[in-house]
Design a protein around this ligand. Structure first.
Ligand code: UDP
Ligand code: MG
Length: 323
């Protein structure tokens, strides 16, 4: 059993969630307060264009256990999660959506498991909630491919999880900019347990994901965790080499026998196929070079423009911690 003095931090990335902040803060405060858990709530406003940060400020003024920061622009949910981990001071940190789609009661189960010694508690979706068929199919495909690529079962995984302080520190030490939080906790290892939960309906507002955003997310994450697409270029090259050997022999034999193939049809077809394949391969390689370029530049994952009173002196820019 871990000590009863332990503190739990709840990290909540929020993008244009002005309607949710007050409600989520009070639901979580009541729940954790009633169960005698010492807690803090860390809201990260991801460059919201609505009143999200003023809502956070208001909540924070009313209760010092509520803290928060605002990004200088929209950096994406991953950045929000990592900023939250950086700001969190608890012995265990729960990351969850601030639209209450991740049921708050599950935090209690995670907390119990953590007290019993688990270092990572994964939230596993037992049902995906209400989603459109297209979304379900594409998410299904994405997770199947991802699970294959990174050799971990990602299908029911989510960003809803509890991490022990140790694990948080490990994740914060990673130098990479393109992170995939969901898979990183698997990658990190540690004593992992899981709790399943049902995805709830969004409380207020609407989903922040566009189809384009999701596609970009899928490609970036798949390639940030695997080099398989690069190896596929090699495999395609090998197949074509074999094919060309066979065809070369056949063409030569026919030429010597005086029955060479006539016309440009074959030539045009081959050129088109090979040209297409080459460009596709270049694209795949280009994508990885772009990733390398981004990493080498070494820009911070996010820029914090404002913080609530009670985080003063901790994190101003993610990359320059005030001592
Ligand atoms: N979110 C964020 N930055 C973004 C997009 C989303 O911080 O650029 C947050 C959002 O406020 C919410 C969580 O990520 O707390 C999940 O987003 P959303 O509910 O829109 O996604 P869905 O539940 O539909 O997958
Ligand atoms: Mg949601």
């Amino acid at each position: 059993m871990r000590g009863s003095m332990a503190k739990l931090s709840v990290v909540l990335p929020a993008y244009n969630e002005e309607l949710n902040i007050a409600n989520t803060a009070s639901v979580l405060s009541h729940l954790l307060g009633e169960n005698g858990i010492d807690y803090e709530l860390v809201f990260i406003s991801d460059g919201s264009r609505d009143a999200t940060f003023s809502e956070i400020l208001k909540a924070s003024a009313a209760d010092p256990r509520i803290r928060g920061a605002e990004f200088s622009r929209n950096f994406g949910k991953e950045a929000g999660i990592f900023a939250g981990l950086e700001l969190a001071t608890g012995d265990a940190v729960v990351v969850m959506d601030c639209d209450l789609q991740h049921p708050p009661e599950v935090i209690l189960k995670m907390w119990e498991k953590w007290k019993d010694g688990a270092e990572v508690v994964e939230g596993i979706k037992s049902s995906r909630g209400r989603e459109s068929l297209g979304y379900k199919l594409s998410a299904g495909l994405f997770y199947r491919v991802m699970s294959k690529l990174i050799k971990m079962d990602m299908n029911a995984s989510s960003d809803f999880k509890l991490l022990d302080r140790k694990v948080v520190d490990v994740l914060l030490c990673l130098p990479e900019r393109n992170t995939f939080f969901r898979a990183l906790s698997f990658w990190a290892g540690f004593r992992t347990e899981s709790v399943s939960y049902e995805v709830q309906e969004r409380q207020f507002g609407e989903s922040k994901w566009s189809l384009r955003g999701l596609m970009r997310y899928a490609i970036t994450n798949a390639t940030s965790f695997s080099t398989l697409p690069l190896q596929m270029v090699t495999v395609a090259g090998l197949i074509f080499l074999l094919f060309s050997l066979v065809l070369a022999v056949q063409t030569l034999v026919r030429f010597l026998m005086g029955t060479a193939v006539e016309g440009f049809t074959t030539v045009i077809l081959l050129l088109l196929i090979i040209g297409g394949l080459l460009m596709l391969s270049l694209g795949v390689i280009g994508h990885y070079i772009a990733r390398i370029y981004e990493e080498v530049k070494g820009r911070p994952k996010y820029i914090i423009s404002r913080v609530t009173e009670n985080v003063q002196g901790q994190v101003i820019g993610a990359w320059q911690k005030r001592k």
